[in-house]
Design a binder for this molecule. Structure first.
Ligand code: ADP
Ligand code: MG
Length: 292
């Protein structure tokens, strides 16, 4: 391949906000047949909001939100922001937390006024605390709702569920349609619940979904697809995507992404628009076609 044409290709990319690490990346971009898409912050805006609260018998909504918000105040997860924002609407001051600990992919724990509080995946909270029968029933119903259930427990018992949701970015559906018309196979990859992943996938017309994948297991999903002979691009924005971005045949960090995601990637999309991922593939094909 002539180096000049490749440089023109990467230069054209840069003008479009598609920053390509080096001219040789265009070749790996052209070969991609599968695109793994992180959900939160990549396909969706990454801004979550509280949709509903479900309290166990004997627990008030105010108490549930105050304690959950006080604990989540120390976390930067999109769920934490949604919970803290909702808590501030029911109380002026959130009590202080000690012994705060975050478990990536699961949730957070801490002590508030001598009580051990947990906020996170209901299954994770349920392994350490008892789950009242009414909440257990609700959890089954919630799966179909497409919302993410967040469990809140203290004093050894699950006390309620906070249902949160995020929305697709306005251009995501079009971007994924474009990927398909380029012959690429989109797959949604997320640590979020199966129900929430399914809802976004349906909206996007995506049939393949990998949900409830722990941060450390995202790279293993990439390896499994590669072992099946696929040429895999991964698009992501978070620290928890970094290993998968590095493992992929092509790592694409999307705008607003963390430094860890950008460093692990071959291409950075400066504007947070997923359509630029389809444009990168188109650009690589055109550039290399000119050379041949
Ligand atoms: P994603 O792939 O969507 O970025 P994560 O791996 O960050 O997902 O989180 C996976 C799941 O772990 C969340 O859907 C949530 O149930 C739980 N979780 C993680 N961090 C928190 C937190 N700070 N508060 C509540 N739940 C959390
Ligand atoms: Mg993300």
């Amino acid at each position: 391949a002539t180096p000049t044409a490749l440089l023109v290709g990467t230069g054209r990319g840069a003008q479009l906000g598609i920053v390509i690490r080096g001219p040789q990346i265009l070749e790996s971009t052209r070969r991609i047949d599968t695109v793994l898409l992180d959900k939160t912050g990549t396909v969706t805006t990454g801004k979550m909001r509280l949709v509903e609260t479900v309290c166990a018998e004997g627990t008030s909504r105010e108490e549930l939100l105050t304690l959950a918000g006080a604990l989540e105040h120390s976390s930067e997860h999109p769920i934490a922001t949604a919970v803290t924002t909702a808590a501030r609407e029911v109380t002026a001051d959130l009590p202080p937390t000690t012994d705060f600990k975050a478990s990536a992919g699961f949730g957070v724990v801490g002590t508030i006024a001598d009580r051990e509080i947990m906020v996170g995946r209901p299954g994770w909270v349920g392994e350490r605390m008892t789950v009242p029968e009414d909440l257990r029933r609700r959890l089954t119903e919630i799966e179909g709702s497409g919302h993410t259930p967040v469990g809140v427990g203290w004093d050894g018992e699950l006390r309620g569920l906070l249902l949160v949701a995020d929305e697709a970015k306005p251009t995501s559906r079009r971007a994924i349609d474009e990927m398909r018309s380029l012959g690429l196979n989109p797959i949604l990859l997320t640590g979020d619940s199966k129900g929430a992943a399914r809802r976004i996938a349906d909206e996007m017309g995506i049939t393949e979904v990998e949900a409830e994948v722990l941060p450390q297991d995202k790279a293993a999903v990439v390896r499994r697809l590669q072992a099946a002979g696929r040429n895999v691009a991964m698009v992501g924005d978070g620290i928890n995507d970094a290993a998968a971005l590095a493992q992929a045949d092509l790592g694409i960090a999307i705008g607003g992404g963390t430094d860890a995601a950008i460093e692990a990637s071959d291409i950075t999309l400066v504007r947070g628009d997923l359509r630029d991922a389809a444009d990168a593939v188109r650009l690589s094909r055109r550039t290399l076609a000119t050379i041949k």
